[in-house]
Design a protein around this ligand. Structure first.
Ligand code: NAD
Length: 333
């Protein structure tokens, strides 16, 4: 039987990626919605055939504890709201999927992991690239040392949003937790970690120049950082809201590989020192949610657990600290 999932927050990502993906999933289906906007509730009810009894708003959300149709709550709200809704979902005894970045502070991330543990539910992060062939190939090449040990990694995920196309909350430090590092850079950090299958032992970082001060006065415009691994591998990463970039590459002892674009929903491309990486383009959010639902059903930890989201918040916090302290090396262990 398919598990029932409720989406919390019906913004861009829920509307254009997750709801369509849930039409293709095998282990899970769109059973309910949580929204503060009555017109959206009406439109979604009609489009996806959702019964009134499975439609919640932010006030009556906790009643979801009594709803047998809903097994999973997927939190797709602005970053600073993830903690509250993940914890409320856990208290309602629902498994939780939470969008990236999992939280806006290490403390919130710890509370989220704890709440899910205490309530006997699983927490999984919406790290879609773990469920997608090109990035999975990178994990295999790096972690299984197909070309020997990885020496250096390069990761850049940037988008040119300096034209005013960013949502207001993404430019608000309190709601977003930070700028492109929180939003896009988290993919670079993730990419570096899963290339080697390790967590870095130290980071250094520098904020980039602010060329658009009217837009970037609360969050950073861009940031560059390095992650140092215990075996000597070093990752050079960057992210910007005023530039373009979409690369995840590595040089190992006996070869190299590169994805570009690495992080887009579709059209990923890859190459190794042996030639083109030929893999299918899949609807990765559908694969992601199917895999997460299966892990919930089997009571097996997902491959992107809350602990991974917490780890990443610790790394992000150290990156910001280094940048604020003039590039000082911050140890993570
Ligand atoms: P969005 O702004 O389009 O949607 C946010 C939703 O939250 C809206 O429906 C909005 O009405 C609702 N909301 C409720 N209270 C709000 C408040 N106080 N202020 C602002 N909005 C409020 O954003 P989005 O792009 O859908 O992103 C939502 C989350 O999903 C973010 O955490 C983001 O990082 C994540 N995301 C992940 C991916 C991915 O590829 N995994 C892609 C896009 C977004």
């Amino acid at each position: 039987d398919k598990l029932g999932l409720a989406l919390v927050g019906l913004g861009q990502y829920s509307t254009h990626q997750l709801a369509p993906a849930l039409q293709e999933t095998k282990n899970v289906y769109l059973a309910g919605i949580v929204t503060g906007t009555p017109t959206k509730a009406k439109a979604w009810k009609k489009k996806y055939n959702i019964p009134d009894s499975n439609i919640y708003n932010y006030e009556n959300f906790d009643d979801i504890i009594n709803n047998k149709d809903i097994d999973i709550v997927y939190v797709v709200l602005p970053n600073s709201m993830h903690a509250e809704y993940v914890i409320r979902a856990a208290k309602a005894k629902k498994h939780v999927i939470c969008e990236k970045p999992m939280a806006t502070s290490v403390e919130d991330a710890e509370r989220m992991v704890q709440a899910c543990k205490e309530n006997g539910v699983q927490l999984s992060v919406g790290y879609r690239l773990h469920y997608e062939p090109f990035n999975k190939r990178v994990m295999e090449l790096g972690q299984q040392q197909v070309y020997g040990k990885v020496k250096t990694i390069k990761a850049n995920f940037s988008g040119n949003f300096a034209n005013g196309s960013l949502d207001v909350w993404r430019l608000n430090k309190e709601m977003a937790g930070g700028g492109p590092l929180m939003d896009l850079g988290v993919y670079c950090l993730q990419g570096a970690c899963y290339t080697v299958g390790k967590t870095p032992v130290a980071v250094t970082a520098q904020f980039g120049e602010v060329t658009k001060p009217l837009i970037f006065h609360d969050v950073e415009q861009s940031i560059k950082w390095k992650m140092y691994f215990d075996d000597g591998a070093v990752a050079e990463c960057e992210t910007s809201y005023a530039d373009n970039g979409n690369e995840l590459s590595a040089v190992a002892e006996k070869g190299w590989w590169k994805l570009n674009p690495a992080y887009n929903y579709n059209g990923k491309k890859g190459e190794t020192s042996d030639g083109k990486i030929d893999l299918p383009d899949i609807f990765e959010q559908a694969y992601q949610m199917d895999a997460q639902a299966e892990s919930f059903q089997k009571n097996k930890q997902s491959i992107t657990p809350g602990e991974m989201g917490l780890r990443d918040l610790k790394i992000i916090t150290a990156i910001y600290q280094s940048a604020r302290e003039g590039g000082k090396k911050i140890m993570l262990t």
